[in-house]
Design a protein around this ligand. Structure first.
Ligand code: SD4
Length: 332
């Protein structure tokens, strides 16, 4: 009862006589739900399975969600066979691999880097921005200088395979990302640790053959990733421009705050993107966006525009790849 009163006070309602709307009542029952599924980690795409294993090493020992998500996505960043994150990522149209990443913890500490070159672990640079600077985001040359000064090693991230593909692309040089293929990019990871704290990380080489200097949603807090330790966390993959337009991950978390389950929150956010796209008379054919979301109780969900998106979930029941439900029933 005391916490109920506290909850109502927190909302600024001095009297129950004011009448609680159904969404507030839903939100209240959300706060009171007793049992939590924790620890748990979710991440985008099939490479999430391996990344989850790494995160689970930390979560299963009672470690912090922040450490789990950082270590988890570092695995994908270092894997040259993943052509869309970190080392081996597809370059921009000038042949440069430029990386975007951000991280957010349970205290709403945030750090981010965008258009960072030659550093294999942008997520750890983002964490250093969060922990060692008065700022929240560094870009381009400034981000590289900062990384250098904090001991990050510079290396060539363009692999022979990626360079070969890029040279092939140059023959036509058409920027036409293919749904679920060239934009099969980002690893977004969100976790709830045994202490009930949430954190998230998001890292990518961005859309293949983008303009040099283009920044997507992935390093933008609120767009590619958002965490509110009272409510839940969400992260996005797909066309960054559309995710930024709707501040997608923040939208998903706010929908959960209003009482929606993570699944429903992802569906509503995807529908918002679809509405905005249609309002602008653009086609959905080549736009893919997927969200994954996790709430404070360890409930989770995901939704995307086109079929073919999947995500990995690791909790006490094990690590599994789950097919994301989609608005359009294709590709799936
Ligand atoms: C971007 N959102 O740079 C990233 C790309 C991506 O799955 O996630 N693709 O726009």
């Amino acid at each position: 009862m005391k916490s109920r009163r506290h909850f109502i006070q927190k909302l600024g309602l001095s009297s129950i006589g004011l009448g609680l709307s159904s969404s507030l009542l839903k939100a209240e029952s959300f706060v009171h739900k007793a049992k939590s599924n924790k620890p748990i980690v979710l991440s985008t795409w099939d490479f999430g399975l391996k990344a989850n294993e790494e995160a689970w090493k930390i979560l299963s020992k009672g470690g912090r969600a922040l450490d789990a998500v950082e270590q988890g996505v570092r695995l994908t960043e270092a894997d040259p066979s993943e052509r869309s994150v970190g080392y081996g990522g597809r370059p921009d149209r000038d042949g440069k691999v430029t990386l975007d990443a951000c991280i957010m913890d349970e205290h709403a500490n945030i750090g981010s880097v965008a258009a960072l070159q030659q550093i294999i672990h942008p997520i750890s640079v983002a964490r250093a921005v969060m922990e060692k600077t008065p700022h929240v985001m560094l870009v381009g040359e400034g981000a590289l200088q900062f990384a250098r000064s904090h001991g990050f090693k510079e290396e060539n991230l363009l692999t022979v395979e990626s360079e070969k593909e890029w040279k092939e692309w140059l023959k036509t040089a058409k920027y036409e990302p293919v749904v679920n293929i060239e934009n099969h990019d980002t690893i977004g990871m969100i976790a709830l640790d045994a202490h009930g704290n949430l954190s998230g990380a998001c890292t990518t080489s961005g859309m293949a053959y983008k303009m040099h200097g283009r920044v997507g949603d992935s390093p933008i807090i609120g767009a590619g990733l958002y965490v509110d330790n009272e409510i839940g966390a969400a992260t996005a993959t797909g066309h960054g421009e559309e995710v930024i337009r709707t501040v997608g991950s923040h939208l998903v978390v706010e929908l959960m705050r209003q009482g929606h389950a993570p699944q429903k929150a992802c569906e509503e956010a995807v529908k918002r993107i679809i509405k905005f796209t249609q309002n602008r008379s653009k086609s959905l054919d080549n736009i893919q966006v997927g969200f994954i979301a996790l709430n404070k109780h360890g409930e989770y969900g995901a939704f995307c525009i086109h079929g073919g998106f999947n995500y990995a979930k690791y909790d006490a029941r094990g690590n599994e790849l789950i097919k994301g439900k989609s608005y359009l029933k294709n590709n799936g």
